[in-house]
Design a protein around this ligand. Structure first.
Ligand SMILES: [Mg+2]
Length: 384
């Protein structure tokens, strides 16, 4: 239903540009934000550098029994192979899957080119990872009044300078821009104009909301909420009762209100991951299994970001929505999976869960330092 009003063809872009939509004038109340996300970034870089891999199902990540897929090419995604999937399962789903060892230095190099392209348009660039960023182009260095046009130019520049495709979402707040960039992925551009926001949100299935994961979506469906239209009808107090602090955020975004600013060079305070379970967990062995996978994922991200850390935090959210965080600070900065895992084990030995079942577990590393500085100081434990 909504796809029609979105802009897919060049002709339609031209129409919009001519129609003066989404242009900046003095009285404008709307910011112009773009969310850009490279398509299957690590896998695409591998296929770009190695033509033999093009058109083939590839997974970047470790192929070992405990390995995890960091990125999958679109050919692999057809077999339901996706990031964060255990390599073992990935191989079962796609027997011809080719595993490639990640080359983070190369991804960082390509990322730097992409970020420089963004910065040639605006200084308000907030990277979310190596291949994804929010841009605020309300006022920009090219004096261009159309955010749609800027998104087109950036996508074109990425294609010609690097040879990769990116998807973009254009709208007036972060939530809508991010949601839009996913609509026509890969190699797509989607726009949600201010007057389209409410109709768009109303028809959006609940699991397509950025920030509403699989488990939360399931709980919403149990409450009779299947799309934005139903979510919109709920009182804030009702959503907060069922979803805690997140409920307040859901109430805001569903009404098109998201005032989060684009913050350039966001300072990272921690690196972490968390998982909400379909079924609450009571057995500590099961928790340990999940925690091990999380430690693996977090360590991988830390290596990619070239950060080390000292403090290990484990978050437990219980079925009654109360939560606790337990931490352990190591003597030195590290990126060692083993050191983090030992800290998690220690936390698990000490923590008192009082037989309560857990609906969410999280692992994060805080107290971060720049890896380079730490190496210079000679304090870094490396995994061998
Ligand atoms: Mg991406």
């Amino acid at each position: 239903m909504y796809v029609d009003t979105f802009i897919q063809s060049r002709q339609k872009y031209q129409y919009l540009l001519k129609a003066n939509y989404f242009r900046l004038d003095k009285e404008t109340r709307f910011r112009k934000l773009i969310h850009i996300d490279m398509d299957a970034f690590y896998a695409s870089v591998e296929q770009l550098d190695n033509p033999e891999l093009r058109g083939k199902p590839i997974a970047v990540g470790g192929s070992a029994d405990r390995g995890v897929v960091a990125a999958a090419s679109y050919e692999a995604r057809r077999f339901n192979v996706h990031s964060a999937l255990a390599s073992k399962i990935a191989k079962r789903r796609c027997p011809d899957l080719i595993f490639i060892r990640p080359r983070f230095d190369r991804y960082k190099e390509v990322s730097a080119i992409i970020m420089n392209i963004f910065k040639s348009y605006t200084d308000l660039v907030e990277p979310l990872s190596l291949d994804e960023a929010y841009l605020d182009v309300t006022y920009n260095k090219k004096q261009c009044k159309s955010a749609i046009k800027i998104a087109m130019l950036i996508r074109e520049e990425i294609r010609t300078k690097i040879g990769l495709t990116a998807s973009a979402g254009v709208s007036f707040n972060k939530f809508l821009a991010k949601t839009a960039s996913d609509i026509h992925k890969p190699d797509g551009l989607s726009v949600i104009l201010p007057e389209q926001a409410i109709p768009f949100i109303k028809q959006l299935p609940i699991d397509k909301f950025h920030g509403i994961g699989k488990v939360t979506a399931g709980r919403m469906r149990q409450l009779g909420i299947f799309s934005g239209a139903e979510l919109m009808k709920q009182e804030k107090s009702f959503l907060m009762k069922h979803f805690g602090k997140q409920g307040k955020h859901f109430h805001e975004i569903v009404h098109g209100n998201d005032h989060r600013e684009v913050k350039p060079d966001r300072l990272r305070k921690s690196i972490g991951t968390e998982e909400t379970f379909d079924k609450d967990i009571l057995e500590s062995e099961k928790m340990m299994q999940h925690l091990y996978e999380m430690v693996e994922k977090v360590t991988m991200n830390m290596k990619r970001l070239e950060r080390s850390g000292k403090t290990v935090n484990v978050k437990f959210k219980f079925s009654d929505f109360t939560q606790i965080v337990r931490s352990k600070t190591l003597n030195e900065y590290t990126v060692s999976k083993l050191a983090f895992w030992e800290a998690v084990e220690e936390i698990m030995l000490k923590v008192e869960l009082n037989e309560k079942s857990v609906r969410l577990l999280g692992v994060s590393i805080s107290n971060l330092d720049k890896r380079e500085e730490v190496i210079a100081k000679g304090q870094l434990t490396l995994d061998f």
